[in-house]
Design a protein around this ligand. Structure first.
Ligand code: ATP
Ligand code: MG
Length: 232
């Protein structure tokens, strides 16, 4: 589904990603684990074309997407939920969702009512202005908005950060449910617990380089790697 190969990304003169390679096979949840500043968000922004890589190749469903504009990458079927959970504060929940709707047709397409079926908590506050939502509600809304574009691949940047444990648990179940519906998910996390519970395979990034990858079972058992790169 997604293949990232030898990606180098810069912010101005600062070299941030040093040859990042990773793969997300269709129907799996793949996590990128790493400490603060390791390069998780930059990897996602590189995939979305927001910080276009200076070197390397990104393929989505076999086609090279490196160098395309973000809106075109989104239209090809990649949904992106950035870490800042930005919503249109003055619009209602329903309006926030509707402006992202894309008529892609198909009987399984996401619609407003399907998003509400999936996130009943959002359906109950359809008319509330998004500026008045809790952190968990905002996160559901940003995910719901990404779903309205009918993505095949969803990039989730630290979706559970700062949320109460009960809300984290609920979101985890919903992310797993998205995979069970056939979505591929690339999940950036600092929180090992969430990532190890949810993912099928994992990558560990540190200082802009991938230091480890393997099945989630291998990563769970590899305490050395986790101690070296993940604990603060
Ligand atoms: N806009 C920017 N301009 C310059 N440097 C940046 C910019 N954004 C991030 N960086 C730097 O790039 C490096 C990687 O940052 P990135 O945001 O990708 O890390 P991260 O793994 O997502 O961290 P976090 O867990 O804090 O979200 C860091 O050293 C950071 O300081
Ligand atoms: Mg980040």
């Amino acid at each position: 589904m997604l293949e990232v190969e030898d990606v180098h990304t810069y912010y101005g003169l600062s070299h941030i990603l040093f040859g990042v390679s990773l793969e997300a096979p269709a129907g799996e949840i793949v996590c990128i684990l790493g400490r603060n500043g390791a390069g998780k968000s930059t990897t996602m922004k590189s995939i979305m074309g927001l910080t276009p890589p200076r070197r390397g190749t990104i393929r989505f469903k076999g086609a090279v997407i490196t160098g395309l504009k973000p809106y075109r990458i989104s239209r090809l079927g990649i949904g992106y939920v950035p870490d800042d959970r930005r919503v249109f504060a003055d619009l209602t929940v329903g309006e926030n969702l509707e402006i992202s709707e894309r008529a892609r047709g198909g009987e399984h397409a996401w619609t407003l009512s399907r998003v509400y079926e999936f996130f009943p908590a959002l359906g109950r506050i359809d008319g509330r202005r998004a500026g008045f939502l809790s952190g968990g509600e905002q996160q559901m809304l940003t995910i719901g908005r990404a779903l309205m574009t009918n993505p095949e691949l969803l990039l989730l940047d630290e979706p559970t950060e700062g949320l109460a444990p009960m809300v984290v648990h609920l979101l985890e179940e919903q992310i797993a449910a998205l995979r069970d519906r056939g979505l591929t998910v690339l999940l950036a996390e600092q929180n090992q617990k969430v990532a190890l519970r949810l993912s099928d395979r994992g990558y560990v990034i540190d200082n802009g380089s991938i230091r480890y990858h393997g099945s989630i079972q291998d990563l769970r058992e590899n305490e050395d790697v986790r101690r070296k790169y993940l604990l603060v």
